[in-house]
Design a protein around this ligand. Structure first.
Ligand code: SAM
Length: 454
C-alpha cells in the first residue's frame, strides 16, 4: 500500500507551486473537498508566508466548524516497561539496562483512582511488548481492573501489533480506540529503527489495523513519530494508509497522533537528521487538518505549553494533560518515582491548570466519552462528523462533562467562573430542544447526578 517511489515522485511534482495552484487547493480545503496526493504535496511545498498563514487559518476554522470549541482531554497510563524490542529511539528498549517493572492489579487500581482524582475520564493504556511478562491476559485484566474500580469511562489501548484473536479479546473487554503508531512509513527507516525485534516486521506492523478491524475494533488511532524520517513523506504515508483503510473497510483512522521525537535514555537526538522545526511541525499538523478534516488530531505533552496553545487554535482536537510516562507515575505525593520515564516531557502543567487555561482562551475542556458508549464508532461516527451533526453532540457533552469536572475538582473560584462559562456557551447552542435538554442536564449535574450524555 505504501509505495516509497510514488511518494517521492508526488512530492517532486509538487515542488515550486504557483500562487494560483495553492489558491485553488485552499479553496477546495475550505469547502472540505477531498484533496488529492498532489494537492497535499503542493501544500507541503508552499513557501509564501501569506499562503502558509492561510493554511493555518483554514485548519483552525475547519476544526471549529466540525467539532466546535471542545478540546478532548486524556492521560496516558504506563503499566509496564518490560520490552523485548530494541527501538533505537525509545527509553524502554531492551538494551537499556534498568530494573523492569509491571504493576500489580492493586497498583493499577491505585493509579486509576489517582487519575480519577485529577478529573480524568479517558485514558490511553501504554504497555511495552513482552509476550511473557505482559501477555494479552494481563492487559485484559488491567482494563477490567480500571473499569471496575474507578470512574474512568474510556480506555484507549496502545499495545504492539498483534493477532486477530488478541484484538477480538480487546474488543470484547470494551476498549475505546486501538492506537498504534506506524512510527515511520518509510520501510528502510522502519527496519533500521527496529533492529532484530518483533516490532521490526514492517508489513506485520502496517497491517495491524486490518486485523484489528477484522476483530471488530472500528476506532483506530494512527500516528507517526516525527523526526525519524522526512516529514513530508510521512504526511503522505498517513494519508495513503487512511485511504487504503477507507477503501478496504469503509472507515479510516479515528484519530491521528503527531508525536515528535524527544530525548530518551540511550539515544542522542543529534543522531536523527530529520528532526523537524516548530514551523515545520505547525505546517504538517495544519495540512493534516485540511487533508482529513474529520479525523481527531491528538497532541501530547511532548510539546511545550506555547506550541500546544498555538496548535489548539489551528486544528488540534485532543490533548493529553498532567501526563506521566513512567510506570506508576500517578503516585501519591508522599511516594517516590519507581521507574524511569520513557522520554522527556515539555508541558508539565496540572490538569487543573490546563483546564483553566483552555477556558480562558474560549475552549471547552471536554471529558466526554459518550460516542463509543453510544455505539457512535467507525463509519457511524464519521457520517455524523461529515453531516455536521457531531458538533451538536460534542459541544453539549463537553459542557456537561466540564460541569462535572467543575463540581468535583474545581476550587470555589473556578467552579463559580466555570459555571458562568458553561451557561453562556449553552446559550449559543442553536438547536432549541438540545439547548433546553442541555440546560436541564447541567442543573441535574450541579445537584449531584453524574454521567449524563447525548
Ligand atoms: N509497545 C507499543 C508499541 O510498540 O506500539 C506501545 C508504544 S510506546 C509505549 C508509545 C509510543 O511512544 C511509541 O509508539 C513511540 O512513537 C513513542 N516514543 C517512543 N520513544 C519516543 C521518544 N524518544 N520520543 C517521543 N516519542 C517516543
Amino acid at each position: 500500500m505504501i509505495d516509497r517511489e510514488y511518494i517521492h515522485k508526488v512530492l517532486q511534482a509538487g515542488k515550486n507551486p504557483s500562487m494560483d495552484e495553492i489558491k485553488r487547493i485552499l479553496l477546495k480545503a475550505k469547502k472540505r473537498e477531498k484533496l488529492n496526493h498532489l494537492d497535499i504535496a503542493i501544500l507541503l511545498n508552499a513557501h509564501e508566508k501569506e499562503q502558509i498563514e492561510e493554511i493555518y487559518e483554514i485548519a483552525g476554522q475547519l476544526k471549529d466548524e466540525i467539532y466546535g470549541k471542545r478540546i478532548v482531554i486524556f492521560a496516558p497510563l504506563y503499566i509496564s516497561n518490560y520490552c523485548i524490542n530494541n527501538c533505537k529511539y525509545c527509553g524502554y528498549k531492551r538494551d537499556n539496562k534498568f530494573p523492569r517493572l509491571k504493576l500489580t492489579q492493586e497498583e493499577i487500581k491505585h493509579q486509576a483512582i489517582n487519575l480519577e482524582k485529577l478529573g480524568h475520564k479517558r485514558l490511553a493504556l501504554e504497555v511495552g511488548e513482552s509476550p511473557t511478562e505482559t501477555p494479552i491476559d494481563y492487559v485484559l485484566e488491567s482494563i477490567k481492573t480500571i473499569y471496575d474500580n474507578s470512574s474512568i469511562r474510556r480506555i484507549n489501548v496502545n499495545i504492539a501489533a498483534t493477532t486477530v484473536e488478541d484484538y477480538k479479546k480487546l474488543h470484547e473487554v470494551g476498549i475505546g480506540t486501538y492506537i498504534l503508531f506506524q512510527e515511520t512509513y518509510d520501510r528502510p527507516t522502519f527496519e533500521a529503527m527496529h533492529p532484530k525485534s518483533l516490532k521490526g516486521n514492517y508489513d506485520y506492523h502496517l497491517s495491524a489495523f486490518d486485523r484489528a478491524f477484522e476483530a471488530g475494533i472500528e476506532d483506530l488511532g494512527a500516528g507517526v513519530l516525527f523526526g525519524l524520517y522526512k516529514y513530508k513523506n510521512e504526511v503522505l504515508g498517513l494519508i495513503i494508509h487512511n485511504e487504503y483503510l477507507e477503501k478496504k473497510h469503509g472507515v479510516g483512522f479515528h484519530t491521528i497522533s503527531v508525536p515528535r521525537l524527544k530525548k530518551a535514555e540511550g539515544m542522542d537526538l543529534e543522531d536523527y537528521p530529520h528532526i523537524i522545526t516548530d514551523e515545520q511541525f505547525k505546517r504538517l499538523v495544519t495540512i493534516l487538518r485540511l487533508a482529513v478534516p474529520y479525523i481527531g488530531i491528538i497532541l501530547s505533552t511532548r510539546e511545550t505549553e506555547e506550541i500546544r496553545k498555538d496548535l489548539i487554535d489551528h486544528g488540534i482536537s485532543q490533548v493529553s494533560a498532567g501526563s506521566k510516562t513512567d510506570v506508576g507515575g500517578y503516585h501519591d505525593e508522599d511516594e517516590e518515582n519507581i521507574a524511569p520515564d520513557q522520554f522527556e516531557l515539555s508541558d508539565e502543567r496540572s490538569v487543573l491548570d490546563i483546564t483553566k487555561d483552555l477556558m480562558n482562551h474560549g475552549y471547552i475542556p471536554s471529558y466526554c466519552t459518550a460516542c463509543y458508549r453510544k455505539g457512535r464508532v467507525g463509519d457511524r461516527f464519521m457520517q455524523l462528523a461529515k453531516s455536521g451533526e457531531i458538533g451538536l453532540i460534542c459541544e453539549p457533552n463537553a459542557l456537561m462533562t466540564l460541569t462535572e469536572y467543575l463540581m468535583d475538582y474545581g476550587d470555589q473560584e473556578l467552579t463559580k467562573k466555570g459555571l458562568k462559562f458553561v451557561f453562556s456557551h449553552a446559550e449559543t447552542i442553536k438547536n432549541q430542544s438540545v439547548k433546553e435538554k442541555l440546560k436541564t442536564n447541567i442543573f441535574r449535574i450541579i445537584k449531584g447526578e453524574r454521567d449524563l450524555f447525548f
